[in-house]
Design a protein around this ligand. Structure first.
Ligand code: KIV
Length: 246
């Protein structure tokens, strides 16, 4: 799984072998330049998900439910998920956490026909109460709780769970304990699948180098060099060339 936020990237991923696309609320950081995902609104998620759907009509498309679009009440959660599905044609929604209210929401959404992916471990919408962007589930109590939470999400009807920034051993234990797919990001080698933010795997942000990330390209440098070459050719009157003029 990779994230996408616009039609251009989505149309490339649409031709790839990747199984599914997540329109993550990470767009708050990589597209909008915020320092967290918290400011992202439901309308913004809908806007980006529509664009991704136009670019990638053939991929399984999952849209994140943004902060405060589902935490206030069951009714608001159902309305928010319903808008995401109705207005964007996404296939499923993803929400973070596994408290009593979230589990009730997952159950109800599945009952009314909306597939839900869970998200445990480092849940970025709660980064402030988790003490920052830190590895979760390191001690035996929190590891055991996460294992139970994964099973509870599965029982509530989630069709998959993202596991973010947890020890590899816990990623393996959870993946073995549940029957639904686990999708890891910084959760080691034994999850059923992996997810990365597409801007990160393409190396668009040259300064972002967390341990869990492998950069498959250096597009940040490629863009910088291309823009500088363009600028120089304009200044030196080398562009436009004969072939570029009417
Ligand atoms: O918002 C996001 O992109 C995500 C992934 C990192 C799993 O939730």
């Amino acid at each position: 799984m990779v994230t996408c936020y616009d039609a251009s990237f989505a149309s490339i991923v649409n031709k790839s072998d990747v199984d599914c696309i997540l329109v993550g609320d990470s767009l708050g950081m990589v597209i909008q330049g915020h320092s967290s995902t918290l400011p992202v609104t439901l309308d913004e998620m809908i806007y980006h998900t529509k664009a991704v759907k136009r670019g990638a009509p053939n991929k399984l498309l999952i849209a994140d439910m943004p902060f405060l679009s589902y935490q206030t009440s069951l009714t608001e959660g159902i309305h928010s998920a319903g808008r995401l599905i109705k207005e964007t044609n996404a296939d499923a929604v993803k929400l973070e956490g596994s408290d009593k209210e979230s589990l009730a929401l997952v159950k109800r959404l599945v009952e009314i026909g909306i597939p839900v992916m869970g998200h445990l471990g480092l849940t970025p919408q709660s980064y402030q109460t988790l003490g920052g962007y830190k590895v979760q589930g390191k001690d035996s109590n929190s590891a055991e709780k996460m294992l139970k939470d994964s099973i509870a999400l599965q029982e509530a009807g989630a069709f998959g769970i993202v596991l973010e920034m947890i020890p590899e051993k816990l990623g393996q234990e959870i993946s073995q304990a549940i029957q639904i797919p686990s999708i890891g990001i910084g959760a080691g080698r034994y999850t059923d699948g992996q997810v990365l933010v597409i801007y990160d795997l393409l190396g668009l942000n040259t300064e972002f180098t967390p341990k869990f990330l492998k950069k498959y390209a250096d597009l940040g440098y490629t863009i910088l060099n291309s823009v500088n070459t363009y600028h120089k050719e304009v200044v030196d009157k080398l562009f436009p060339e004969d072939k570029n003029i009417f």
